[in-house]
Design a protein around this ligand. Structure first.
Ligand code: PEP
Length: 254
């Protein structure tokens, strides 16, 4: 079975103390994860080491950076390099979140470069894709997402692709309280898997975890995660409340 993942994306929220308290509350629950289940906390850079030590003794709980730079090193004041993440032992990194694509003009080509750097350092990328509302309304979401996948991922070998987690996040559902229906999520996840299958074969495509993101909460996680091609969620707002996020973790497929 593919990995089933609940990934929290804190974005630019919480002080260090609030973040520590939130992690304590979630981990205090002592929810034992199955061998194929994982929980990942994508926290702000200054909290990575703290979060890493919080999860250190927990089976299948991990931390992630929320971004990295597409160049290896150099004169990029304020940016964070993949090698820096590697040097503090960070196992996952979110890339291509729609907020980064929109506010920081990140292109599919830059994301391809980030993927190369991350995979070179054996940090697993959580690659976000998804269409804006205008594209969904025009019925062109499949073409839009296929281009994102092709331009960023298709230069990877099959072995490299198996290390990538994909998060499908329709932009119109992120932070809006508007969730894609479970049927819409399943349809797109199956489409993404078919695109991967055409390029890499069914076995590779079947091994890739595809998370859904966009207003996942305790109340809808069960239904979304029960879809055959939905392998968990990337969760923003609801990951900031311990009770909500604990319920989301518990909704992962066994
Ligand atoms: C996200 O940040 O990736 C996200 C999906 O946010 P929210 O759950 O708040 O919609």
């Amino acid at each position: 079975m593919r990995k089933q993942i609940a990934a929290a994306n804190w974005k630019m929220n919480l002080t260090y103390q609030q973040g520590e308290k939130l992690l304590d509350e979630i981990l205090h629950e002592k929810h034992a994860l199955g061998a194929q289940q994982q929980v990942i906390f994508a926290v702000p850079y200054p909290y990575l080491i703290m979060a890493k030590s919080e999860v250190a003794n927990e089976q299948n709980y991990f931390v992630a950076a929320q971004n990295c730079h597409h160049k290896k090193s150099g004169a990029y004041t304020g940016e964070i390099a993949v090698d820096m993440l590697k040097s503090i032992g960070i196992p996952y990194c979110v890339i291509g979140h729609s907020e980064r694509r929109e506010y920081f003009n990140e292109s599919n080509q830059e994301l391809a470069a980030k993927l190369d750097l991350l995979l070179e350092q054996e940090i697993q990328p959580i690659f976000c894709c998804g269409e804006p509302l205008s594209v969904r309304e025009a019925g062109n979401q499949n073409e839009f997402v296929e281009i994102q996948l092709k331009e960023s991922l298709f230069h990877l070998s099959a072995t490299q692709l198996t290390k990538v987690v994909i998060a499908y996040e329709p932009i119109w559902a992120i932070g809006t309280g508007k969730t894609a229906s479970s049927a819409q999520a399943q349809e797109m996840h199956a489409f993404i898997r078919s695109v991967l299958s055409k390029q890499y074969g069914a076995e590779v495509a079947d091994s890739v975890s595809i998370l859904y993101g966009g207003s996942v909460k305790a109340a809808n996680a069960d239904e979304l995660f029960s879809q055959p091609d939905v392998d968990g969620g990337l969760v923003g707002g609801a990951s900031l409340q311990s009770a909500e996020f604990i319920a989301i973790i518990k909704a992962l497929k066994k």
